[in-house]
Design a protein around this ligand. Structure first.
Ligand code: URA
Length: 209
């Protein structure tokens, strides 16, 4: 699993444990998703392009660095990916945000696209795709394919929990896309849910069940 980066910092493990707990309610769940995404983003942006230029401190000249965040694109996969957007925008406030709406056909578990609105990704230095649950990998790979067709050259996938099945899909279909995740769980169940996982991330974020 060369494309997989597990960011299992104690802070993340602690927060993820609370999210997994079935008695954690939507308010806390949303807050924790934001906090963990902030921590994941620290690692996921590690290779982001920086400009170098000269600045003057009160004492002397030195080299300064800047991220051109206007050239960064963030793409949440609807709907659970929405819960991760604000953290990334806190770090990269001028990033553009695209949206890809994909749901899983409950029978085939295959992705069905129902919405796609994207900024220019051809000129983006980095495109971060956000989905808390990398389960079958079908939706994630579908989103990456759309972005690549539109010219995205540097796509990075950020999730909270990944299943081995999903990571494998990425290895097969988009091996150049690094995955940053807080945990690699055991497996999927027959309905495509991650075990042990945390249940349906969208339902838990938005109290739809
Ligand atoms: N989507 C979720 O929200 N949870 C899973 O376990 C798998 C996919």
């Amino acid at each position: 699993m060369n494309n997989l980066n597990i960011v299992d910092h104690p802070l993340i493990k602690h927060k993820l444990t609370i999210m997994r707990n079935k008695s954690t309610g939507p308010k806390e769940f949303r807050e924790l998703l934001r906090e963990i995404t902030f921590l994941l983003a620290y690692e996921a942006t590690r290779k982001i392009e920086t400009l170098q230029f000269e600045i003057e401190t009160p004492l002397e000249k030195t080299t300064g660095y800047a991220i051109e965040d206007k050239k960064v694109v963030v793409v949440p996969i609807l709907r659970a990916g929405l819960g991760m957007v604000d953290s990334i925008l806190e770090l990269l406030p001028n990033a553009s945000v695209g949206h890809i709406g994909v749901y899983r056909d409950p029978q085939t578990l295959r992705p069905v696209e129902y919405y796609c609105k994207l900024p220019n990704v051809r000129d983006a230095t980095a495109v971060f795709v956000l989905d808390p649950m990398l389960a079958t990998g079908f939706s994630g790979v579908h989103a990456v394919k759309i972005l690549k067709e539109k010219g995205a050259a540097n796509v990075i996938f950020v999730s909270l929990i990944a299943a081995p099945e999903g990571v494998r899909q990425f290895e097969i279909h988009c091996p150049d896309v690094p995955i940053y995740t807080a945990a690699l769980d055991r497996q999927l169940n027959e309905h495509g849910y991650i075990l042990p996982g945390l249940g349906d991330a969208g339902d838990r974020l938005y109290r739809t069940k």
